[in-house]
Design a protein. Structure first.
Ligand code: NAD
Length: 359
């Protein structure tokens, strides 16, 4: 028997709905969590993972859905937070029928939840989902690959962080080190170079990605992963893995700004957010600075136009400045300030919409 008490967890963090579904034809096993729909329908991708247990899958889905609520709220979107996870081996379970079965379960939620791609699901899989539901975004031929847009949002967020920390956001005056030159880091490096960054370093573990940069941009200097955090640069941009800011790495940091695309960079939000603050290092909260891809895909809901989506993503600059102001005023770390910012938006909009207006 499971020890995990789903209702206790739901009540502690204000979840609205947890749905489990099973398709007897394909063996599809999944969970959809809707955390909060104060601002609008819950949006979040579908992750396919070989979870060791149902509890592990449920907890992952709950955590991810809650993260989406903050992310959408802080991104100025009229969307709530949700997520789906499918339990299975991506190499074995995928088929047209499997994803059509998923689409039917998404449709059964009647628009309270909108799905998209995530780890181990692709736009091709979503095409099958789309055959059975109207509530799916991130389709082929619409908003396209989110990574360049995520990187563009991070670039704008880096400029805001420079403005706050040094009073000047001119990229050409600063040095940068990007951790991970994958889907997002690669584009971020390109944007930094296009804006004449004084110097760009990068660290990678994938030989193919190292070779790609060496060929395309030999001026970008490679540093070994173990030397990354010690680099004497102005900005560190983590664009690889989560948990990289921790007890070991934070004391090594010489940079005055940490701002990149990676999710869950702080190993423990409160401890490591505070540690960075105490060291005078400005940290751009992950779910705010990396929301470009989400903002981009959300634009599909109102008819996608690339320029409009890009302009919307650029508002990450002003949002971060506002969050940094809150952090200073409340004397708290920036990750906490970002949550205050997101929660305040949800509370205020809920109040504004509490009167009855006929539309
Ligand atoms: P990716 O897998 O394409 O790129 C990550 C790169 O980091 C890979 O090339 C990998 O080899 C490299 N890497 C892994 N460990 C490393 C290490 N120790 N040192 C240096 N490099 C290392 O992933 P991505 O899509 O660029 O995403 C990066 C981060 O951004 C993830 O945390 C992801 O959740 C987050 N994110 C991505 C998007 C998006 O649109 N792709 C949106 C929001 C958040």
């Amino acid at each position: 028997m499971s020890d995990f008490k789903v209702f206790d967890y739901m009540s502690k963090y204000g979840f609205e709905q947890v749905v489990k579904f099973y398709d007897k034809t394909t063996g599809l096993k999944g969970i959809t969590v809707i955390h909060d729909t104060t601002l609008g329908p819950a949006l979040g991708g579908t992750r396919l993972w070989n979870y060791a247990s149902e509890d592990e899958a449920t907890l992952d889905c709950l955590r991810l859905a809650r993260g989406m609520t903050y992310k959408a709220a802080a991104a100025g979107l009229n969307l709530g937070g949700g997520k789906s996870v499918l339990i299975g081996d991506a190499d074995q379970v995928k088929s047209e029928a499997y994803f059509r079965a998923l689409g039917r379960f998404v449709q059964s939620l009647n628009g309270r939840y909108i799905t998209a791609e995530d780890v181990n699901t692709t736009t091709k899989d979503l095409d099958y989902v789309n055959m059975e539901t109207d509530h799916v975004v991130g389709l082929e031929g619409k908003s396209g690959n989110p990574s360049p847009m995520t990187a563009w949002g991070a670039f704008c967020g880096i400029r805001a962080s420079l403005k706050h920390q040094f009073g000047d956001d001119d990229i050409s005056k600063y040095t940068f080190a990007v951790q991970g030159a994958g889907q997002t880091g690669y584009y971020l490096i390109k944007y930094l170079l296009e804006h004449q960054a004084k110097k760009v370093y990068f660290s990678e573990i994938n030989e193919r990605h190292i070779a790609r940069l060496a060929e395309e941009h030999p001026e970008v200097e490679f540093v070994k992963p173990e030397d990354y955090f010690k680099l004497d640069v102005d900005v560190l941009s983590p664009c690889a893995l989560g948990g990289s800011l921790n007890d070991k790495t934070i004391p090594e940091i010489k940079a005055k700004v940490v701002a990149g695309t990676a999710n869950n960079v702080l190993l423990e939000e409160d401890i490591h957010g505070q540690m960075l603050k105490d060291r005078g290092i400005l940290y751009a909260p992950d779910f705010v600075i990396n929301a470009g891809g989400l903002i981009n895909v959300a634009h599909e809901l109102k008819g996608y136009e690339k320029d409009r989506a890009k302009r919307d993503i650029e508002r990450i600059y002003d949002r971060l400045l506002e969050i940094y102001k809150i952090a200073d005023k409340e004397n708290t770390h920036t990750q906490e300030a970002a949550k205050i910012f997101a929660t305040k938006r949800m509370e205020t909009i809920a109040l504004v919409r509490s009167n009855y207006i006929k539309r």
